[in-house]
Design a protein around this ligand. Sequence first.
Ligand SMILES: Cc1ncc(COP(=O)(O)O)c(C=O)c1O
Length: 430
Amino acid sequence: MSKIEKSEKLFEKACSLIPKGVNSPVRAFGQVGGTPIFMERGEGTYIYDVDGNKYVDYCQSWGASIMGHAHPVVVEAVKKQAEKGTSFGIPTEVEVQLADIVVSNFKKIDMVRFVSSGTEAVMSAVRLARGFTGKDSVLKFEGGYHGHVDYLLVEAGSGLATLGLPASAGVTEGNAQNTYNIPLDDTDKLDQLFEKHGNDIACILVEGIPANNGLLIQSREFMHHLQQKAHKHNALLVVDEVITGFRVGKGGATEMYCIDPDIVTFGKVIGGGLPVGAFGAKREIMEKIAPLGPVYQAGTLSGNPLAMSSGIAVLSYLIEYDSWKYLEEIGKFWEDNIREIITKNGYPMNIARKGSIFWFSFAEGDLPTQGKQITPESIKLYAKFFHAMLEQGFYFAPSGYEVGFLTISHTKEILEVTLDAMEKGLQKIM
Ligand SMILES: Cc1ncc(COP(=O)(O)O)c(C=O)c1O
């Protein structure tokens, strides 16, 4: 009998009602094969599926959950707020409290506005950049993911400084024509693009640490080059910290790289597992947002009190206990031990890590800094690894392009158990 009989039945029914049974594509296991498992509950590091199987979770809601699942502090905050009401569409004190925490701790922004997803945050940030500069085009990077906004779902064509081509049906060429898409870690291409089109570029949009196409850690020089280029050409630097904001530290990747972005976007961690996004900037830029200024932006559930309360609980806890120290400590332990397994066995793989974000590269040699350096073979090998770990009760993201996350609920003991299983799993697939 299958260990995941209930999941299989649910998936079959889900497929008849929801496209491929899921509400976000990667969840369908397309990349790794097999049947997605359906979750019933989570507690700390662990998740339990509908068949009663227990897994150690290294996906953690794609990084949204930095405290682990159902942390008592979050549960209590959400319960308390739910008893008072879940949405008013009228200002609430919790919005001011979370805004205060975000602005005073992140430091590089003066004002913030909350939305309900990372996609919305980036979409609003780009509109703001266009409204502020009066220019039309956006420069993003190959492999950079910023949500499913039409004009950001573009791929580069061939050649230098390519104008975007739609990467999804339904995205028109018109949608894509104001998007430039060039490789990360390539200052020459960037310079050439600005030389030709600098007058037209409203903003450079870059992930704080590109983490949606492997973990493509960029050099400090590259990040500073972006800032200089943008400012020289009266463009804004928009740093997308949807993954990295309050995950790699209070000041996110911005602080890590000592950069000074004009607009920053947030999501994931700041909602503590509830739907939240946000964008923030210096006052003179944020004052362009409606109703103060001409750039329209709105949302029925924006600043939703349940999500705000969860965000306040999470950020207050992280700040009080300076949890980023612990996350770095276990992150290093995790990385060091994995490196030991790789070296000892001579496996053709590598691990990239920044704080509690990690990614396995199933290829020999240096870690990639550009999306195109990731080979399809390495992604196929990841799929085998994924199943070898799932069988033993360890849940990693169901795609080799996706990163993994540690939380404050991951202990060294849990990591050690995982490392043992990993040795077994890798022996089986290598
Ligand atoms: C860097 C980055 N920006 C934006 C988004 C979009 O966020 P959401 O999925 O909440 O719309 C994501 C999602 O993974 C992301 O990683």
